[in-house]
Design a protein around this ligand. Structure first.
Ligand SMILES: [Fe+2]
Length: 494
């Protein structure tokens, strides 16, 4: 039993003090107890003490979710496979239920940056510190050495730094120049290493485990450590079976806007079948904008940006008003292009009904307690151009790379402009229940480590610009998530 408990916690990245092991083994059912600890979300201490356990118990008891019975354990395991039995509450009229939206993190109204050199220094310092904190929770990164304290030794060294540059030598070895707050050093991945194809991108914060070569003065890389997200956690769920529909990249104003498909969608929203849809989440590119790509004006049906938003306002006003709409900007929209993007300004907001809530890009919020991370997805342009295995038609692997790095736009200086806020809003400092993006006009749903990943399609057929870029959209699809079960289906309207 003791061995099993230690193994489970170790696999979870947590070391345990002997007293804490004793405490766990003294529980009525130690395996259930330990599993309930793991299922509970949150950051775990590197070394688990009895005090930590007691604190966790207290927290949990206050939320009345202490799982101490075997049947609860069984249920929590079943949750992992989305097969929880749902208690329907027939007396609840879903259409009349008030929306329950809580914004957790959004740059809107909180912007600090003026764009001077100092702001950039603060921004990158915050990015480094935020991700370093997450990396330090990893078991593999116990005992890190600041770069300026690295001395000649045969022992393994561990460093956390921001990637300054990567290159390939004539012999096919990879060089990674990494810097922390104390200095910089180059690390080498030999051409015969299994790590040779591991995508390391500039400006991401990584951990490197390796040994210093006395000959070359380089760190020979033995492993690369990413902050990652936990394998398992407890997922937040709505108490009633309300649904959210994810509808990205509407591109109103474009000649290629799929108005017939949109009308079908709105008709469906009015039908009984859609009576449990309480939310529509729109992660950006609500209109086509103007001057976004070369010769765009030839493809515009509405060439005035305000008229595009007026038309969007009209289209959204046809949606039943008991549905709460959450609208964020994307790179086609009329807000600053640099991310994080704030919510639409008042002169645009006034064109919409009272059931539209405006948020920034990215934004963390909850819908009936279910936590959503919304990001338009512009950084996918940089993933596609930097990592050979990434393509526009497969956004889900790029979303996983973001989660592994705990950053929405790790590559700086590419196609994703970044505003140097003093806090890096692009750091994934919370693990959401649902992570939604748009931008690449694909429809995809997958569960990664208990996070439901959604790419929310588009309402625009292929533009001539997309044709020249070899970009094939998958429009007119709507991923719908039941917020009580987190079951997802994709509705097709095109
Ligand atoms: Fe788009």
């Amino acid at each position: 039993m003791k061995k099993k408990v230690i193994q489970i916690l170790t696999e979870h990245g947590t070391l345990v003090q002997p007293d804490a092991i004793k405490y766990i083994l003294s529980q009525k059912n130690p395996m259930v107890y330990v599993q309930s600890l793991i299922n509970k979300s949150g950051e775990y201490p590197l070394i688990l003490t009895v005090d930590d356990l007691k604190n966790m118990e207290e927290n949990r008891q206050s939320k009345v979710i202490l799982m101490s019975e075997a049947n609860e354990y069984t249920r929590s395991c079943r949750r992992q496979f989305r097969s929880i039995e749902v208690k329907h509450e027939p007396e609840t009229n879903l259409a009349e239920t008030k929306p329950d939206v809580n914004i957790i993190s959004d740059v809107s109204g909180n912007s600090t940056c003026e764009g001077n050199v100092n702001d950039f220094a603060k921004y990158f310092r915050n990015r480094y510190e935020s991700i370093k904190k997450l990396l330090k929770n990893r078991r593999e990164m116990v005992g890190i050495t600041p770069i300026n304290r690295i001395r000649q030794t045969d022992a393994q060294i561990k460093i956390i730094g921001i990637v300054k540059e990567t290159s390939v030598t004539k012999k096919g070895h990879r060089l990674i120049e990494i810097e922390d707050e104390t200095g910089a050093i180059s690390a080498l991945i030999p051409n015969n290493s299994l790590l040779i194809s591991e995508p390391v991108v500039t400006d991401e914060v990584i951990g490197i485990v390796g040994r210093l070569s006395s000959k070359s003065g380089l760190v020979n890389v033995e492993s690369i450590v990413r902050p990652e997200i936990m394998m398992r956690r407890e997922i937040n769920r709505a108490k009633i079976p309300l649904c959210a529909a994810f509808v990205s990249d509407i591109h109103v104003g474009s000649k290629t806007f799929l108005s017939d498909a949109w009308e079908k969608f709105v008709e469906w929203l009015k039908s009984d079948e859609a009576s449990n849809i309480k939310y529509i989440v729109i992660p950006g590119d609500a209109v086509d904008g103007i001057g976004v790509y070369p010769d765009q004006e030839d493809e515009l049906l509405i060439s005035d940006i305000f008229k595009q938003y007026e038309e969007l306002g009209r289209l959204l006003s046809e949606i039943p008003e008991n549905i709460q709409i959450i609208l964020s900007p994307g790179n086609h929209d009329a807000v600053r292009q640099a991310e994080p993007q704030p919510a639409f300004p008042e002169n645009i907001r006034k064109l919409f009904g009272s059931n539209v809530l405006f948020v920034g890009n990215p934004c963390y919020f909850t819908l009936n307690g279910v936590e959503i991370l919304l990001y338009h997805g512009r950084s996918m342009d940089d993933f596609v151009t930097t990592i050979p295995s990434m393509t526009y038609n497969t956004p889900i692997p790029m979303m996983k790379e973001m989660l592994r790095r705990r950053h929405l736009a790790p590559i700086y200086g590419g196609r994703t402009p970044i505003a140097p806020e003093h806090k890096d809003y692009l750091v994934i400092d919370r693990v959401p229940d649902i992570f939604v993006t748009g931008h690449v006009h694909s429809a995809g749903v997958e569960v990664y480590r208990d996070v439901t990943l959604i790419n929310a399609s588009a309402w625009q057929s292929q533009t001539s610009y997309q044709r020249t870029q070899g970009f094939v959209p998958d429009p007119g699809k709507v991923p719908v998530v039941n917020l009580q079960t987190l079951e997802t289906k994709i509705m097709k309207f095109a």
